[in-house]
Design a protein around this ligand. Structure first.
Ligand code: COA
Ligand code: MG
Length: 304
């Protein structure tokens, strides 16, 4: 099963900056995450809540998924972040990103709090959740986390914090190791585990940000690795990273045309009682059609 909304790119934007939130609203990101956590100084956190409410309710966000990232719910700010922003923004908010998840408990806390707020406001519209997998404990529990509530839309691999939690030696926050020291992808295990858990739960898998915004090749390399494993998108911390993510996570027109042609040929063959069919030197059967349908589904969402 593939997720119902586009999540090729996400832009993390500090909720303390009205200027950057205005810029984010005008960007081409599929999702914008207005941050209350690590992108905001402790002294600015309380003020950022109302700035986020104003931005959500007054700016034109187009078709973007409008998300906020709250603080760790085991700390002093997290619960009030949920209450203040949800009660202030109401229908202008789509998703809450829960950081530093370790087990389903942190997700359930926000899930239950939202159920209460929605009951108070007689709201039938349900705000979604995304869980950041950025602690080693979360990776151990990722299969339980991914299926812990129907409110969960996605799990997101938070590479920066995860590197710190694991004690990995990366060249850049959100990047891999120095290729001279460790050829190969040090994140293959974590990414594979995350994408399998997400797919099994029927939700999206999203790769987290890459700090070196002056290194587009490094960003693209990480995005391609995640895309190849089956991730739906990658987040960024700078507007210049959005076009890179949109490009890597969108199929090209030739790929889409080929997928549609092969799927059609297979449907015609099936109607004639055949299980496999040859098209231009390629074999199409039920398994290959499943792969093609993934491409067609994303193309349909993009409107290609
Ligand atoms: N969201 C929206 N707009 C952003 C942005 C972001 N994440 N990052 C930069 N911009 C804007 C800048 O305000 C600037 O706008 P302007 O041209 O109207 O002046 C423009 O994009 C170009 O930015 P640039 O000058 O190259 O970078 P900067 O020095 O202003 O900012 C950072 C660099 C790293 C401080 C900034 O990108 C940032 O704060 N990123 C988000 C950090 C974050 O979310 N951290 C949590 C990580 S998960
Ligand atoms: Mg983090």
């Amino acid at each position: 099963m593939r997720p119902a909304r586009l999540s090729r790119s996400g832009l993390s934007t500090p909720g303390s900056s009205e200027k950057m939130m205005t810029k984010a609203a005008a960007s081409d990101a599929d999702l914008v995450m207005l941050d209350l956590e690590d992108g905001v100084a402790p002294s600015e956190k309380a003020a950022a809540r109302s700035k986020i409410v104003t931005a959500l309710t007054t700016l034109d966000w187009g078709r973007k998924t409008r998300a906020i990232r709250i603080n760790d719910v085991t700390g002093e700010c997290g619960y009030e972040d949920v209450i203040e922003v949800v009660e202030g923004a109401r229908d202008a908010l789509d998703v809450i990103v829960v950081p530093k998840v370790r087990t389903p408990r942190e997700v359930w806390f926000v899930d239950t709090l939202l159920t209460g707020i929605e009951a108070k406001h007689r709201s039938s519209r349900r705000i979604g959740l995304m869980a950041l997998i950025e602690e080693v404990e979360a990776l151990i529990h990722v299969e339980e986390i991914a299926r812990c509530t129907p409110r969960l839309d996605a799990i997101v691999f938070g590479l920066g914090d995860f590197s710190a939690s694991q004690g990995a030696r990366t060249a850049v926050a959100g990047g891999g190791a120095d290729e001279d020291l460790y050829p190969g992808d040090i994140w293959n295990y974590a990414r594979s585990k995350i994408v399998v858990a997400a797919r099994a739960a029927g939700i999206a898998a999203i790769d987290g940000p890459f700090a070196a915004f002056g290194d587009p090749d490094g960003y693209r390399r990480e995005a391609v690795r995640a895309h190849t494993l089956g991730f739906d998108g990658k987040w960024g911390i700078h507007p210049s990273q959005i076009a890179l993510a949109n490009e890597v996570f969108s199929p090209d027109q030739e790929e889409v045309d080929r997928a549609r042609a092969l799927a059609k040929a297979y449907a015609e063959a099936e109607a004639k009682g055949l299980g496999a069919v040859a098209v231009n030197g390629d074999m199409v059967d039920a398994a290959s059609v499943r792969i093609l349908r993934n491409t067609i589904a994303i193309a349909d969402l993009i409107g290609m």
